[in-house]
Write a protein of this length. Structure first.
Ligand SMILES: [Zn+2]
Length: 276
């Protein structure tokens, strides 16, 4: 699952591996990937011959800034990855884009669900693009402060689980990370956000940071319900305490983990003994 930690892991890896490289040759498998651009030749023209100057992240979008004042925007598909490969490595059936570099090596974009999108736009247009201005807080950015977090919990009056997966509040956590955060904080996802004590708010805030930074450090995780064998999945899977572990013992108190219903749409894996 491509949540915020996975996007940040991809960004960091690419920053180390492909910045400074010049693109020689681009191939895109399906036209739908270049939705914004009118057609594939136009997309190839926009990339071929360009050098990659920097890799940034805006919310869950990756921005590859090019040396001609244009930027390649990547909206990753729900199971997508981007990796550096050797130039002669053939893409598999899910490889939607291959960009070969002049000095060897290539960038592969692999998207099994084919629900991502890429586009090259003038860098000066980025500021006005709504899709690059997430409504919610980016918990890996400087704007994620304890007072701002606390204020929103009081204002929103929502169940914690529903709030943590609400992208207008905080971006990129999804079901897995929200459950891990609640377990780490020792809080029940059915608690309503404005009823937390100051100490509990602090615990939750710290848990968001702790879980996300650990996930980035471990290289993220594949969706616990699939894709564990893709080879690209990170090691955070070994650190999962509750998500997908119904019936297994809690790592803190050994009571079995339960899957509980939070509202009509959401359930949450949690330990009824130590999350209160
Ligand atoms: Zn427990």
């Amino acid at each position: 699952m491509t949540q915020l930690p996975e996007v940040e892991v991809i960004r960091k890896d690419l920053e180390r591996e492909i910045v400074g490289k010049r693109i020689k040759d681009v191939t895109v498998r399906s036209a739908s990937l270049v939705g914004h651009q009118r057609n594939r030749p136009e997309f190839y023209n926009a990339l071929e011959g360009r050098k990659i100057d920097a890799i940034m992240r805006r919310g869950t979008r990756l921005l590859l800034s090019l040396d001609d004042a244009h930027t390649l925007i990547v909206r990753l598909g729900s199971q997508a990855t981007m990796t550096r490969e050797t130039a002669n490595r053939e893409g598999g059936k899910d490889t939607q884009l291959v960009a070969v570099f002049t000095t060897g090596g290539a960038l592969h974009y692999v998207d099994p669900d084919k629900d991502g999108e890429v586009a090259v736009v003038p860098t000066s247009d980025l500021a006005g693009m709504d899709e690059l201005t997430p409504a919610g807080i980016d918990p890996l950015a400087d704007q994620f402060t304890w007072p701002a977090f606390s204020r929103e919990l009081v204002r929103r009056k929502m169940k914690l689980k529903s709030l943590l997966v609400d992208e207008t509040f905080i971006i990129g956590l999804g079901d897995l990370y929200s459950d891990e955060i609640l377990w780490t904080a020792g809080l029940d996802g059915a608690r309503v956000s404005n009823t937390l004590s100051a100490q509990e708010v602090r615990r939750l805030y710290r848990a968001v940071l702790e879980v996300l930074y650990e996930a980035v450090k471990q290289g993220g995780t594949a969706d616990a319900e699939g894709a564990q064998d893709e080879g690209d999945s990170g090691d955070f899977g070994d650190y999962i305490n509750v998500y997908g572990r119904a019936g297994l013992p809690c790592a803190r108190c050994r009571q079995p983990i339960s899957l509980v219903k939070i509202d009509r749409k959401r359930s949450s894996y949690h330990c009824i003994n130590c999350q209160t």
